[in-house]
Design a protein around this ligand. Structure first.
Ligand code: GAL
Length: 384
């Protein structure tokens, strides 16, 4: 069966984190080449998304959006064709307000026209931002408008709402028709930002599911400070261990996985993180159930720094992540009783370590792991 649009968390690459305003068609083509050549497409990443700053500052005489001819001399249709020929999908960006965050024309009062324009170019994904929204306008209604426009434009276009978690978005976004929604402020390429975003989404697992995924923002994995925006990159990046934890958190919590680094120039470690098949399999599990949080034992640990995430998977397996966001090494324990496996059941868990890629054996009652600072252990557990 062909998967329906937005069924699982979307996976792809987006230009914003690393390149912000400095984008052009050669860059996008090179990224598309790299996605195929270096195994990203095979690993599941399919969307190549151009973020803000792609258009001219004015619409044309008919009110249509115009790609900046200096950045995209071949136009968007040709670029889309190139991307499609590689087996990838093409994403673009607009905004619910009068202007995008960087001051280019937004789609306010042009929703249906713009949806048709995007369809005519062969766009498969639209990220829809929230800047310059007229104050009297209701944001919920604007997302409903664009959603209807996209659903009726004659092409399957995945709708990625991006209002940063404002206006209690989780209460109405599913009904609006969006396939994913940003729940947080913009990510920055540093550990504090990653930690803050992850902690802000703990215990909100009921707000993510198939067809409408909680988007915790694009990944900074592998950026190592390499953004041309001082806002995103000012603190100078993270360690590979921190990127591994970032990727594990986003995957376990069901976020879309949208790469933000320059994949053309990455280390093997970055690739191994972004393409870890076991972690991606957890993220892409068919039922897209949210991960619930358990207090890590012993109970005196700070629950926002040391916690266990548990995600029930379609085949009956359980993904278990032991996270240590604190600044010191900790031995964390998870009690099977707390996941619904009493000792009296005489059931144990056969564990596979998703980062070391090896079987750990069968455990009864509990599992403990020594987890270094800012690190994690993720296992896939089978009831035996
Ligand atoms: C922000 C958005 C970012 C990026 C940026 C472009 O509002 O959260 O992800 O799209 O606008 O200007």
């Amino acid at each position: 069966m062909e998967k329906m649009l937005g069924f699982n968390p979307p996976m792809g690459w987006n230009s914003w984190n690393t390149f912000t305003w400095d984008i052009n068609e050669e860059l996008i083509r090179n990224v598309a080449d790299c996605m195929v050549r270096d195994g990203y497409l095979e690993a599941g990443y399919e969307y190549v998304v151009i973020d803000d700053c792609w258009s001219l500052k004015e619409r044309d005489a008919e009110g249509r959006l115009v790609p900046d001819p200096k950045k995209f001399p071949g136009g968007m249709k040709a670029l889309a064709d190139y991307i499609h020929e590689k087996g990838l999908k093409f994403g673009m960006y607009s905004c619910a307000g009068t202007h995008t965050c960087a001051g280019y024309p937004g789609s306010f009062e042009h929703e249906f026209q713009d949806a048709e324009t995007f369809a005519s170019w062969g766009v498969d994904f639209l990220k829809y931002d929230y800047c310059f929204k007229p104050r009297h306008m209701n944001g919920e209604l604007l997302y409903k408008r664009m959603s209807l426009a996209l659903k009726n434009c004659g092409r399957d276009i995945l709708f990625s709402a991006c209002n940063w978690g404002f206006d209690n978005v989780y209460q109405w976004v599913r009904e609006s028709g969006a396939h994913m929604y940003r729940s947080t402020e913009d990510i920055r390429d540093n550990w504090e930002s990653i930690k803050k975003i992850a902690v802000s989404q703990l215990d909100k697992e009921c707000y993510t599911s198939t067809f409408c995924h909680n988007d915790m923002d694009m990944l900074t994995v592998g950026m190592h400070g390499g953004s041309n925006s001082s806002f995103i990159g000012s603190v100078g990046g993270c360690t590979d261990q921190e990127y591994k934890t970032h990727f594990s958190l986003w995957s376990m919590m069901g976020s879309p996985l949208i790469i933000g680094c320059d994949i053309r120039n990455t280390s093997q470690i970055t690739k191994d993180i972004l393409q870890n098949p076991e972690i991606i399999r957890i993220n892409q599990d068919a039922e897209s159930r949210g991960a619930y949080r358990l207090q890590a034992e012993p109970q005196w640990f700070n629950a926002e720094e040391c916690f266990i995430l548990v995600k029930v998977l379609t085949d009956g397996d359980i993904a278990i992540g032991l996270f240590n966001l604190s600044d010191g090494q900790k031995e964390l324990a998870v009690q099977f009783w707390d996941m619904g496996i009493p000792s009296a059941s005489n059931k144990g868990l056969s564990l596979f370590d998703c980062w070391d890629h090896k079987e750990l054996g069968v455990f009864k009652e509990r599992f403990t792991a020594v987890v270094p600072a800012h690190d994690c252990t993720v296992v896939r557990a089978k009831l035996v």
